[in-house]
Design a protein around this ligand. Structure first.
Ligand code: GSH
Length: 498
């Protein structure tokens, strides 16, 4: 059997792992720890005197060079479309493999070193190095872009090992800031590569080691070192017949009402990092996503809508498969708003964290909101599935105080929710608050950063048993260090139409 010796995080090792997965080749895996210098050890150098990973062995054959390993593996498989037997087609694949190793890899590598390797070693990227490398990189990317404007894949209609080789050099293109926007076909193609199962299953190995902020890396840390805490949650007493209400203006009617949040209970809040990717909006009612953004101007509502909403629409479409997404509101929670009361009358997008266990919509207010926002179109849209998602994302820095916690829908049946009537001067609204139950399981993601976002399902028209309403609340985290900066986050309300 073919043996491979590599570290899954390096470009050429990842290339081999993804290529072997594409080909369906079985192999025996030997880990060579790149960051510990395993490739320089005397033992490894017996296999590869060049002291680089990957290397491979098949009986008495020892192979180095990642592309040669893929060519050999493809031939072992015999007649695989990823490395065609037809001489001309094969020559074309070989051409791109050589091009990749001789010019593309070194060009992309400059970006990897500056933007990923240096920060890992606590050094700063040198912009002048990037500026010097950019013209050549753009020239090479232009060659790929031209090619991909005419072909589905690099060498024709079928994905080949050349696609894998060329893509491997770009495998952290967001973090390495490759200027893909100038090369639309290349950008489309890498997105297609990223959908391939062989690519997806080999991405974690890269992220875990090279992107400390990635979900993959934080899953690993969460397993080793979970940070479960106990904290108080403001549930609401169920007072039977009497309504629970909240007034957002001064009114005589607000006397003697039952206000929410009058039943605080201490609960265990579990660190969700170790299973960050297993949460789903349809089961637990929330999910965690890698969602970095270059948008920064959070104090200007108009530009948030123009500059940031489109990214949110894409996230919901991509992760939920929605046909259409309407972003209709956002709230910035920041230190500038720390003194504002929850019931402050002037409706504003700048608020303070809410420490009330609630869900933003009810079975009735969800469809009503669709009617209010979409008028004539609403009837047709409501004849199919409609779901509301809140996208919650740290801004500016890591969250250290008042993190957000979610009450797992599998532990909070519909009977635990009841209505809170919201009284505004011009209209009434409603959302759900929750009565306490010892069965509730709370989750949070300690020290979330602006690279991540939580999706909360706050309404779903589907009643087939999937999660429809997720209870959530900010909470006082006992681990918050003294003097920690106040939480800053953005919350975007969206409606997804299916
Ligand atoms: N052309 C070789 C290049 C291999 C290579 O450069 N590997 C890098 C990791 S991607 C390495 O091991 N470098 C050695 C080092 O940095 O010490 C191949 O395709 O296999």
């Amino acid at each position: 059997m073919l043996e491979v010796f590599l570290d899954p995080c390096t470009v050429n090792s990842r290339k081999v792992l993804a290529g072997l997965a594409l080909l369906g080749t079985k192999y025996e895996y030997h880990f060579i720890d790149y960051f510990a210098g395993g490739q320089k050890s005397d033992e490894f150098k017996k296999l590869n005197p060049s002291a680089t990973v990957p290397a491979a062995r098949d009986g008495d054959l020892v192979l180095t060079e990642s592309n040669a390993i893929l060519q050999y593996a493809a031939d072992l498989e015999g007649g695989h479309a990823a490395y065609p037997k037809d001489l001309k087609k094969r020559a074309n694949v070989n051409r791109w493999l050589l091009w990749e190793a001789s010019v593309w890899f070194p060009s992309c590598y400059t970006y990897l070193v500056e933007y990923v390797v240096k920060p890992l070693l606590n050094a700063s990227p040198d912009k002048s190095v990037i500026d010097a490398a950019a013209p050549r990189w753009n020239e090479l990317a232009g060659i790929l872009d031209d090619r991909l404007s005419k072909n589905k894949w690099l060498t024709g209609d079928e994905v080949s090992i050349a696609d894998i080789a060329v893509a491997a050099c770009m495998h952290l293109h967001a973090a390495t800031k490759l200027p893909l926007d100038h090369h639309p076909y290349l950008k489309q193609w890498i997105a297609k590569v990223e959908q391939l199962p062989c690519w997806r299953e080999t991405q974690d190995g890269v992220d875990e080691k090279l992107l400390p902020d990635s979900i993959a890396a934080r899953c690993l840390n969460g397993k080793a070192d979970p940070v479960n805490v106990r904290a108080s949650f403001n549930y609401t007493k169920d007072v039977g017949e009497k309504l629970t209400e909240l007034y957002f203006y001064k009114s005589e009617a607000a006397k003697d009402i039952h206000e929410p949040g009058d039943a605080p209970h201490e609960m265990l809040v579990r660190d969700g990092w170790h299973r960050a990717r297993s949460f789903s909006v349809d089961t637990e009612g929330f999910s965690l996503h890698h969602f970095p953004s270059t948008y920064e101007n959070w104090d200007d509502d108009a530009t948030v809508a123009k500059g940031f909403y489109p990214e949110v629409v894409e996230l919901i479409k991509k992760t939920q498969g929605a046909k259409r997404v309407l972003v209709f509101d956002h709230t910035i929670r920041s230190k500038n708003n720390a003194d504002k009361k929850l019931t402050q009358e002037t409706s504003t997008s700048q608020r303070t964290p809410v420490t009330l266990v609630h869900c933003d919509y009810t079975a009735e207010s969800g469809p009503l909101r669709v009617q209010q926002l979409l008028g004539d179109e609403a009837k047709d849209l409501l004849s199919r599935r409609v779901a509301f998602f809140n996208v919650w994302k740290p801004i500016r820095r890591t969250i250290e105080e008042h993190p957000l916690a979610m009450c797992d829908v599998t532990s909070s049946p519909p009977k635990d929710f009841f209505k809170l009537h919201l009284r505004y001067r011009e209209r009434n609204g409603e959302n759900y608050v929750m009565r306490h139950s010892n069965a509730h399981q709370w989750w949070y993601f300690p020290k979330m950063t602006p690279a991540q976002a939580i999706l909360l399902k706050t309404f779903d028209s589907e009643t087939d048993g999937r999660a429809r309403f997720v209870g959530h609340s900010a909470f006082l985290d006992p681990n918050t260090p003294e003097g920690a900066p106040l939480r800053e986050s953005v919350e975007i309300r969206t409606i997804a139409f299916f």
